[in-house]
Design a protein around this ligand. Sequence first.
Ligand SMILES: Cc1cc2nc3c(=O)[nH]c(=O)nc-3n(C[C@H](O)[C@H](O)[C@H](O)COP(=O)(O)O)c2cc1C
Length: 335
Amino acid sequence: MTLDFAPLEGITGRDFREVHAACFPGVDRYWIPFLSPTSVHQLTPRQLRELDPGPLGCDRLVPQLLTREPADFLWAAQAIGELGYREVNLNLGCPSGTVVSKGKGSGLLRDPDALERFLEAIFAAAPLPVSVKTRIGLEDPAEWEALLPVLARYPIRELTVHPRTRRELYKGEVHLEAFRLAAKLLPFPLRYNGNLFTPADVQRAETAYPDLAGVMIGRGLLADPALIARCRGSARDRAALVAFHEELAARYLASMHPDGAVLPKFKELWLYLSLLLPDERAWKRLRKCSRWADFHPLALDLLQNAVLLEEADFERISQQSANLEASGQPFVSGD
Ligand SMILES: Cc1cc2nc3c(=O)[nH]c(=O)nc-3n(C[C@H](O)[C@H](O)[C@H](O)COP(=O)(O)O)c2cc1C
């Protein structure tokens, strides 16, 4: 079973992935947050930088596409293959309002017939193996029953299921019965994603679904970047956490404005990292900082000296997200 780092748009970009891999060994693959190909059929400099495999290499990266146009998907898949990748992933999960209203991401789940036409077109001409990451429906978990037979008809390299509907975003319980149904009915490898926050959660998923290709972990790894290393038997290493934080800051500061860009990025990261601290006070102080020069020493001191919980406290996540949104930070909760 492989342990993958989920794509988190706005957070797990190239710098983040490379710094994380250098500080915390053990992640099998890092998924590149979605790229949206357009009808222009040309990769932008930014997309090319993201897709440059760099030190991780193509085998440890999974590029992902978000589109409802088969021609754009096929063009981008070809370009990705030419860069050396051996798999491309289709995003059927993004819940963001602007994406869904255009019929992309989880918006493609609205109409199983339209989804089938899209899959028919891309699988008929795909230049490399296609994997899919999906939710279980748009509004209601019952939609999953109609989506499963559609998915089952195509040679999907691997299907990652986040067992929530679009309406549920990332909140509340996951629908494990929907995942069990997929494990029973689908003929291709399955990957589980959703609310894996501790090594025990990962162990439970492995025990519950022995045939699993693997799991994908998102927010759990933001809160505890050592989570996968811990699943593999290492202890959490404070020095690695500090090195990760400082190296990431250095990379961002080399190309971004400290207050205008690095600070909001670090606040979003600390929304999760602060769940390792015993209570919300540190988070409240951090989110009030309006300058990187105030934020950074505070954050570093916490990492070096604060008591860290054994496991991140995800009970606090809803409240802290609301705080961040209320403070005017553009928060990418929807993707
Ligand atoms: C800020 C943010 C950005 C995300 N970006 C993407 C993305 O680019 N592609 C994707 O398939 N999922 C994206 N997701 C969903 C995650 O990959 C993952 O499915 C979700 O966080 C649930 O897993 P978790 O409970 O382990 O966090 C994003 C989630 C968040 C919170």
